[in-house]
Design a protein around this ligand. Sequence first.
Ligand code: PMP
Length: 389
Amino acid sequence: MLDINPIVKTIQVPGIRVFSNKVAGYPDGINLTIGQPDFPTPENVKEAAVTAIRESRTGYSHNAGLLELRQSVADFFQDTYNFSYAPDEEIIVTNGASEGLDSVLRTIIEPGDEVILPAPTYSGYDSLVRLNGGVPVHMDISVSNFKPEAEAIRQTVTDRTKAIIFNHPSNPTGVSLSHPEMAVLVETLAELDVFVISDEIYSENTFSGKHTSFGSFEALHDRLFIIHGLSKSHAMTGWRLGFILGPAEVMRYVLRVHLNNSICAALPSQYAAIEALKNTRHFPLEMNERYIERRDFVHGKLTAMGLSCETPTGAFYIFPSVEGTGFDDITFAERLLEEEHVAVVPGSAFAKEGRNHIRISYASAMEHLEVGMQRMERFVKKYQPKING
Ligand code: PMP
C-alpha cells in the first residue's frame, strides 16, 4: 500500500458503534446507545423538501446557504436567545453540525495547535482536531460534576492553545450550564487568547429552565463560533443540515473552506430547514415532554439499582457511575450485552475521563427502556451480593 496520512490510521472507529453493531445480532436486543431522536421529522418539514424537489429547486445554492434560510437562522436566535448575527456575513449553512465543526477547525488550526476538550467529551472532537493537524488536550471535568471550571481552563491553556470546545447540553453527560456558571467562564475566556467553539446542537433539548448560549455574552463575539443544526431539535439527523455562527472577519475564511469541501448544503434540506425554523419551533418542546418522562423513569430505576447519577438537564443521555458494581465500564457494558442483550456505551468511549460510567440514551421508546432497565437490574443484582460478600 502506498503511504497515506499516518494520522488517519490512528483514528479509531467510535466506541459507540462497536456496541450498537453487536446488539443488532440479538433478536431480543435492546439498544440504548442511539444518538438520535426516535421521532420522525415533522410532516410539514418533509413536505417543504418534497415540494422543492418536485419544483426542481435542486441545484446549488449560494455557498453560505440560501439567504432566506440564513435569515431564518438569525431570526431564530434573535427570538429565542435575544442576540443577533448578520445573515450576510456571520452565518454559514453546513452539511450537519459535523461539517460546520470541521470547517471551523480547518480554518483556525495550524499544525501542532492545541485544542482543549473538557472530558468526557463527544468523540468526534478528538478525531476532527487530530485530522486537522491539531493536538487535543483533555481537561478533566469528571472531578467537577462534569462542569468545566474557570481555574482549570486557566491551568490548561498554554501558548500553543488555539481553541476550546464546549458542548452544552452535553453528549455524553446530559449536563447543561446555568447563566451564572457561564458568566464566570466567560470572564476568564475573554481574558485568554483563544477561540471558543460552542457546540449547542442539543440547546433545544433543555429540560429545566432555558438554555444559555455563549452567544448571549457580547465579550466573546469576536472569538466565538456557535455550532448548531437541526439534527436533534427537529429529528433531522439524516438531512445533514447544520449552521455556524461566527465573527465576520473569520467567517469569510470559514466560507472558503466550506465552499471547497461542500460547495453548499443539500438544497432540499435547506428548504426543509426554513420550514422547521419558521413554522415548527414547538416541535422540540413536544419531544422534550417524552424525554423528560423517560429521563425520570430511567433515573429512578438507576438510582434504585445503586448506580448513582445526577438528573440530566438536557440532551437525551444519562451518565451513571458503575463503580459500585465492581466492574469497570467496559467490562460492565460487555457483560451486560452478552448476558442480558442490552447495549449501552462505556464511558471511556468519551475519553478516559469518562471511565467508570456508562452512557444510556433515552431516545428510545418507553417499552424498550422498561425492558432494558429490568434486565439491567437483574444483571446488577446478580453480581452485587458477590461483590458485597
Ligand atoms: N455534536 C454533538 C455533541 C453530537 O452529539 C453530534 C451527533 N451525535 C454532532 C455534533 C453531529 O451532529 P450532525 O448530525 O448535525 O452532524
